[in-house]
Design a binder for this molecule. Structure first.
Ligand code: GRF
Length: 193
């Protein structure tokens, strides 16, 4: 991506739906000296998302949009993001699929983290699928978002070994630890840092 930081940190919005542990790791990263981004907005489709608490804790603006009417919610969202000069979007456990039109407005500037070694296991229940297929490895992927689900250009991946007695829960936990490291690394990579 021809993203350049110039003299400022790229103003980023993080979209969540749940716990927000990846959001937390991105906020921590954004506060480090080497970060090319700042986290300036948190968006959630779920008013009960735990991750929304990080807005208060770190004094970051937030908005909840229910996405029941996708076009209306996305239009509102676009205007909020534009008003706040948001330049980049990081999806972090965001459970809604963005429309082609929305993506077009942030072309090449939306990233997502997915808990599998894409192109394997797009969509939901990735850990379950990996275990059912008796995979030796799974992992996580940071990729650009395009209009097809979990199909944009891959930026970075991290492999995680599946152990003999692995469960969906234990695998999810192991992979999440790696996700928290991979997202910041992928951001550094796209800025050539
Ligand atoms: C992560 O495993 C992410 O890859 C997936 O949803 C989970 C979100 O976790 N898309 P959190 O909300 O960041 O803790």
């Amino acid at each position: 991506m021809a993203l350049s930081t110039g003299y400022h940190r790229v103003r980023t919005a993080v979209f969540i739906s749940g716990t927000g542990s990846n959001l937390k790791s991105l906020i921590k990263f954004s506060k480090s000296k080497k970060s090319p981004i700042s986290v300036n907005f948190i968006i959630s489709n779920n008013p009960k998302a735990k991750g929304l608490n990080y807005a208060k804790k770190f004094k970051i603006k937030k908005t909840v949009l229910n996405f029941q009417n996708k076009i209306l919610s996305e239009n509102k969202l676009l205007s909020i993001l534009k008003k706040n000069n948001i330049e980049m979007i990081c999806l972090a456990g965001f459970m809604k699929i963005l429309s082609k039109n929305f993506i077009k407005n942030f072309k090449g500037k939306i990233l997502n983290i997915h808990p599998s070694l894409l192109p394997k296991y797009k969509g939901l229940n990735t850990h379950e699928k990996a275990l059912i297929n008796k995979e030796k490895y799974s992992g996580c992927t940071v990729h650009f978002v395009n209009s097809r689900l979990d199909s944009g250009k891959i930026i970075l991946q991290k492999k995680v070994k599946i152990s003999e007695n692995e469960t969906v829960e234990s695998l999810a936990k192991k992979i999440l630890v790696q996700e928290h490291k991979l997202y910041p690394k992928a951001i550094l990579k796209i800025f050539n840092l």
